[in-house]
Design a protein around this ligand. Structure first.
Ligand SMILES: [Zn+2]
Length: 353
């Protein structure tokens, strides 16, 4: 729970992942045979095959994206109010009344200012205002500070992250602003520490810039030349009153979701079978998911291509500040990733080319 909280609280807006990647690298390094950061900023940790199935071991790539959606400072007005542009897909309905952190600098030193994204006060609104969603380009950050204080440390181009911190909501139910995909980052780290008897080389990759269109992972995919890719991301639970009954899937608490298909990838049939077999062998709860779109797509079609799909804990309310997961699903995801490298070679022919 401590690791999950630390991973969930560290800021890492797309393109500004440095601090979060440092945390991930520190957590992976003691368990890695090799660890490096590539030119895009992806952190790559290798655990070599302990029981290789053939002379040149197959390569299994795990990808979890570290970046979270956020904003970039676009303008600071004469009174110190900060306008911003989105980094990643935000729903403007979810933004007013949230606390944010503005990541500025004093000289070379990083400094942060705390702020709020307000909504129009009730006494200023008319009938039309109350029905209207305020578009992002009309929203602003208010730090309460005079313009000279703001401008001393904040510049156009600085990142703004949401401030909401990790919380245990009830029993095994947890909530945070960025479980898409910090629950994946957690599963990546936790599983990597426990990999034993692996027949394949395992590359754990903490990727950057997924939220802005899967921009980070391609360089890592190119360098590794994976045979198999499992991306780790949130599954899409439709177990809430807003969902149509005929789309009901993947309730939280039901186990890790295995993606059959998403917007960018059709899950490889052999890999799906291999993942489900591993779950059965180790009594790991799993369920079938039809998902959104993940890093798996880019690895699947990089180089010669890889057998690819995605797994992950069902995550309610993704891309909002109240994302919700069940601890058991997060742990099931980590367990599957920890055990699968023992059997990964079984889904590939010995003479695959
Ligand atoms: Zn994601």
């Amino acid at each position: 729970m401590d690791l999950l909280a630390r991973l969930s609280n560290v800021p890492g807006v797309s393109g500004f992942e440095h601090e979060a990647q440092k945390l991930i690298a520190d957590e992976l390094r003691p368990y890695a045979d090799e660890l490096w950061t590539d030119r895009m900023g992806n952190v790559i940790a290798l655990r070599k095959a302990r029981k290789p199935s053939r002379e040149k071991p197959y390569r299994l790539l795990y990808a979890a994206h570290i970046d979270e959606i956020g904003f970039m400072v676009a303008h600071i007005d004469a009174r110190g109010f900060i306008s911003f542009v989105p980094i990643g897909g935000f729903d403007p309905r979810t933004l007013p009344s949230h606390r944010v952190t503005v990541h500025g600098t004093a000289g070379e030193q990083p400094v942060t200012l705390q702020g709020v994204i307000p909504t129009k006060p009730g006494w200023m609104t008319d009938e039309e205002d109350r029905k209207r969603v305020i578009p992002i380009d009309e929203l602003f950050v208010d730090t309460g500070l005079p313009a000279e204080r703001v401008k001393a440390v904040v510049q156009v181009g600085d990142a703004i992250s949401l401030s909401k911190q990790f919380e245990v909501l009830n029993d095994e139910i947890v909530t945070g602003r960025n479980f898409d995909d910090r629950i994946g980052s957690y599963a990546l780290v936790d599983s990597f520490r426990r990999i034993e008897e692996n027949t394949v080389d395992v590359y754990a990759v903490s990727t950057v810039q997924e939220e802005v269109g899967v921009r980070g992972v391609p360089t890592a995919a190119h360098a590794i030349g994976a045979d198999i890719c499992v991306a780790i991301d949130g599954s899409l639970p439709a177990d809430i009153p807003f969902a149509k009954p005929n789309r009901d899937q993947c309730p939280i608490g039901g186990g890790t979701g295995i993606y059959l298909m998403d917007n960018r990838t059709i899950g490889d049939r052999d890999l799906l079978r291999g993942l489900m077999e591993t779950c059965k062998r180790h009594s790991i709860p799993y369920q079938r998911n039809i998902g959104g779109g993940t890093d798996a797509s880019a690895v699947q079609r990089a180089g010669l291509g890889a057998k690819a799909t995605t797994i992950g804990a069902p995550t309610r309310y993704m891309h909002s500040t109240v994302q919700m997961c069940h601890i058991r699903d997060i742990q099931a995801t980590a367990d599957l990733l920890a055990y699968f490298p023992r059997y990964a070679h079984e889904i590939l022919p010995d003479d695959w080319r």
